[in-house]
Structure formats: structure tokens, C-alpha cells
Design a binder for this molecule. Sequence first.
Ligand SMILES: *Cc1c(COP(=O)(O)O)cnc(C)c1O
Length: 374
Amino acid sequence: MATRHCASVIHRIQASKLINARGTFTPLGVSRSSPGVAAAAAAALSEFALLDDMQTAASAAIARMSGAEAGTVVHCTAAAITLAIAATMTGTSPERVAALPDTSGMRHRVLLPATHTVNYGHPIKQAVRLAGATPVVVGTPERCGVGDLLTELAHRDTACLLLVSSRLVQGEGPDLTAAAAAAHAHGVPVVLDGAAQDFLVRQLLTTGADILLISAQKYLAAPTAGLLMGRTDLITAVRAQEKGIGRGMKATKEAIAGVMAALAEREALDVSAWAAARARMVEHFSARAERLPGLTAWSVPDPTGLPFTRAHIRVDPSGARLTAWELAAALRTGNPQVWVMEHRAEAGELVFDLAALRADEVDTILERLAACLE
Ligand SMILES: *Cc1c(COP(=O)(O)O)cnc(C)c1O
């Protein structure tokens, strides 16, 4: 009932159906929750709740999932970046928490490899500046090694080192484990943005990161939330920001309830069976797409090691009578609208993320492809 009502709001606003083969893309609504996750969030909406108790339960669930000492939930990963940086500058000092974003008298330089100065909708540097900190970009967009970081780590006023792990990363960044060890040798904590890496949290924490950040609404498919996990003292200092700049970045009860349900579903998931089923779907898609005029298709594993593949399609304009850009635009403007990844379109390639799609939706994409190439 509740689900049907929510769906009708979207259908009233949006005339045509939308199939998202573009991955966990914020402007498209990021992901779809399971019925169990949706029900948990919906049930929370009509109840009062002790938010502290919900955060305590979430901390235990996040710790179990990740192996970290503690965890907490905030509004999203962009908020988590700002609040993790704030935590490294203020600790739990109420005066310091109240003073932000004025960082007078606090260590406020935040080292960021130039290879990691990504833009996920806004520049990550702005998420750092929102806390009142000063991002210090190290190295070049082509390369930042541990040696480059060591030079800057010698500054006494360095608060924290921020590293990002995602397919947005450009060039050759520092080895995460070596970078964390170098930062620790200078008493500098490490914040690791692993927004879409929810399948890999245990592995990412073995780098020595003091806090790891994950978006709950990406492949975990929970309501929008940012999960922070790591050292208890830093997580406590993140929570202290609730009485400061974190007020506008808080997690809602429905988000925490949805996150708890999504974490329970992930714990129960047989990841290798799921991965095998997803891989078969990509193979089926590629094999069928390959038969269409001007297309070559193949599967590519996720570059950061997430347990699924994506379909890559090369568009030969002489056979397809369309460029990759034109085919993407045609798919997007039809009914249902189909959105695909266009970051390789310049090279004549379109990428299809099918991880969240049903078999009937994959078949619809193939029908739309065939119609565009007629
Ligand atoms: C998506 C993303 C973010 C932002 O996450 P939100 O939860 O949408 O705020 C930050 N960093 C990276 C690398 C991302 O991919």
C-alpha cells in the first residue's frame, strides 16, 4: 500500500518510465531499495524513536559489517567528509565544536592527493572547506606518491589526510596502506572516502584508515545516508558535531531504520551467488547487443573490485549510423528513457551498469537499442 502510494508520486511527476543503466547516479535517484528496506523506512516514519538508541544500534551493526570499532550514520557521504574532517579538528571539545567553521587555534590543513581531488557533483575540496579546514592539494593530477605526502606531513599544523577510492580517481595515486602509515608516523589521522565501495569495507579498513566513509544509498540500496566507521574516539567526535555544523547533516530515523535493514540483508546475501547471477545477466545482454548493427559488446569487471561486471558497447558509426553520443541521447529521450554511462563515449564506447536491474528491464534496453539502430 505504502509502496504503491510512493510510486504514484513519481509516476505523476514523470511521464515516461526510467531505466537506469548508469549506475549509482545521484540525479537519477541513485538506487532502488528492496521491499524489506522500504518497509523498514516506512515503518519508522510513523513512530517516535530515541535517536541515540538508534545510533547505538547502528554503530553495532556497522561495526559487525566492517570490523571497525564503531560507526555512525549521517546524512550522506558528502556530509560524512565534512564531519569526519571536523572531528579530527575538534575532538569532543564543545567549545571547538561550537566554533566551527571558525578554525582559529586548530590544526586545519587537510592533505589531499591531486589524483583524488574528485568532483562527485561538487568538488570534494568544498566538502573539506565546509568544515572550515584548508585543503592542501599534493602532487599532480597525473601522480602523487607517498614521498609527495611526506613533504607536506612535515608541517606541524596538518590536521588530516584525505584519500578517495573510487573509479573517479585519476592518474597514479599513492598506495593507500603506505600513505596511511606515513600519516600515522606524523600523528595525522586518515579519512578514506569509499563512497560506492560498500562491498569492500573490510579490505579498505586494512589500509589503516582511521575513518572510512560509505554511501548507504549506492550499491547497499538503503535510504540516503552516509556511514562512517573506524576509531571509537573519532566516531564519538563525529557525533559531537550534532550540536554544531552537523545539525544540518543529520541522519533521519527513517534513514537509520532503512540502513539497519539493508545491512541485515547484506549480511544474509550470498555474495558469490549474487555476483554469478549478475555476471550471467551481463553476458546475456552483451551476447544479444552484439547481434545489433554496428555494435560490439563485452563484459568488464568493476575496476575497484566490486563483485560485478558492466557491459561495454563499442558503436561503429558506419554500421550503426549513429555515434556513441547520438545513441546515448536517443536511448535517453525514448520511452522508457534509458540512461547509460557516457564517460567513454568520446572513444566510441557506452557502458551499461546492470547491477540493479531486473531481467525484464535488461530486455527492454535491448529492444530500445534495436529500435534506435533500425
Ligand atoms: C557518491 C560519492 C560521494 C558523495 O556521496 P553522497 O552520499 O551522494 O553524498 C563522495 N565521494 C565519492 C567518491 C562518491 O562516489
